[in-house]
Structure formats: C-alpha cells, structure tokens
Design a protein around this ligand. Structure first.
Ligand code: HEC
Length: 193
C-alpha cells in the first residue's frame, strides 16, 4: 500500500515537473519576443550594445532564433498585424528572401517602410544578443570567431537595410536584404547541425 502511494506520488511529481518545464519553454519563446522587441526600439541608443548584452544573460539561443519563425508559429510577423504581406511571408525568415528577390518599389514604400525598418531593428537586436549566446558545446573547429563574424554580417545587413529604406534607396534595399539572408544561411550551414 505504502509502495503504491509512493508510486502515485512519484507520477504526480513527474507530471507536475513535466508541465512546469513545458510552461517555462513556452514562456521562454514569448519572453524572448518581448525582450527583442524592447531592445529593437532602442536600436539607436548609445547604450544599445550594453543593453543587448545584459538582456542576453536571461535569454537562450533557441527561443531567440524562434522569433524568426512566422507569426502563426510564435515569431514576429511583418507589420503590426497579419495581412500586410502574404500569409506565407509573414515572418522574418520567410520575408527576407522575398525582399531580396523583389525588393521594395516606390509605390510600396508608404506602407512597407516602417514595418521593414522595424524588422531590420529586430534582426539587429537579435544579432547583438546572439553575440553572447555562442553555442559553446559545438566542436571547437566551429569557432567563436566565426560565430562573431557571421553575427557581424547580420548586424551590417540589418543596419544597411534600415538605412536603405530610410533613404528610399530601393536598389540598396534589395542588396541589404540579400546580405542579411546570406548571414542566416551561412551561419546555419556551420553551426546548425
Ligand atoms: C551567428 C549564427 C547565426 C545567424 C547569423 C543566424 N542564425 Fe538562425 N540559428 C543559428 C543556430 C545555431 C540555430 C539553432 C539553435 C538551436 O536550435 O538551439 C538557429 C536556428 C534558427 C531557427 C530555428 C528556430 C527554432 O525554433 O527551431 C530559425 C527560424 C532561424 N535560425 C532563422 C534565422 C534567420 C532568419 C537568420 C538571419 C536573419 C538567422 N537565423 C541567422 C545560428 C544563426
């Protein structure tokens, strides 16, 4: 009888632990989105890099990267709400290749400038935070130097994108979006198994 109670107790404990771990993971993704957004809004502040560094202390790489997923999967969308871009492009990872292929037209600039600058600042914040989230457990050949280099490419691309949109230099928008896209795929080919 005692034994049975112990087992029931153990099961209840395992269940409680399991669900609480899940809750933390979900909260982690939402928390990362909020933290990144807050940082992105201060991208022009002198304290930006320091703010990103201290925020990184309570963030993990996986939920941070997850913010690149589509809005419907818990990532940032493009613009304040769904519908601004086609549903299959409503996330940073999906929108960047489209932007690098099609660019931005003068006719689109009115409605797209602000959302694209917001996106670029979010990517910049992600890159700044990621500097401090190097996956140390990976093989040493995949060095920290390379990690920082590819993050730098992501920072450069996002700054250039924001500047190009602000100055309505549409050829540069396309180029910067392409550069950003390259930073994603290059880093994934080295660090993301
Ligand atoms: C400096 C390296 C680096 C750069 C640059 C980078 N990533 Fe990642 N990304 C990673 C690593 C490593 C993972 C795997 C993280 C993990 O699962 O712990 C990852 C995972 C992801 C995931 C999967 C997240 C999930 O929840 O499964 C997405 C989506 C993603 N990255 C999108 C992007 C996009 C879009 C860009 C460019 C704008 C980008 N990444 C740039 C290193 C990078």
């Amino acid at each position: 009888m005692k034994m049975r109670n112990l087992m029931v107790g153990g099961l209840a404990l395992a269940f409680a632990l399991g669900t609480s771990t899940m809750a933390v993971a979900v909260q982690g993704k939402k928390g990362a989105l909020e933290a990144i957004d807050k940082l992105a809004k201060k991208a022009k502040d002198a304290s930006f890099a320091d703010d990103c560094k201290s925020a990184a202390g309570s963030l993990e790489l996986d939920p941070v990267m997850h913010s690149f997923k589509p809005r419907a999967r818990g990532g940032f969308g493009i613009g304040p709400k769904a519908g601004l871009v086609p549903a299959n492009q409503d996330g940073i990872e999906a929108y960047l290749p489209a932007l690098s292929k099609k660019g931005m037209s003068a006719a689109d600039a009115g409605k797209m400038s602000e959302p694209v600058i917001e996106m670029a600042n979010r990517v910049l914040a992600i890159a700044e935070v990621s500097d401090h989230l190097w996956p140390e457990n990976k093989e040493s050949a995949k060095s920290k130097k390379k990690w920082l280099e590819l993050n730098q490419l992501m920072k450069d691309g996002s700054k250039e994108l924001a500047e190009a949109v602000s100055s309505k230099n549409f050829a540069a928008v396309k180029k910067a979006a392409g550069k950003l896209n390259t930073s994603c795929s290059e880093c994934h080919s080295v660090f993301r198994d």
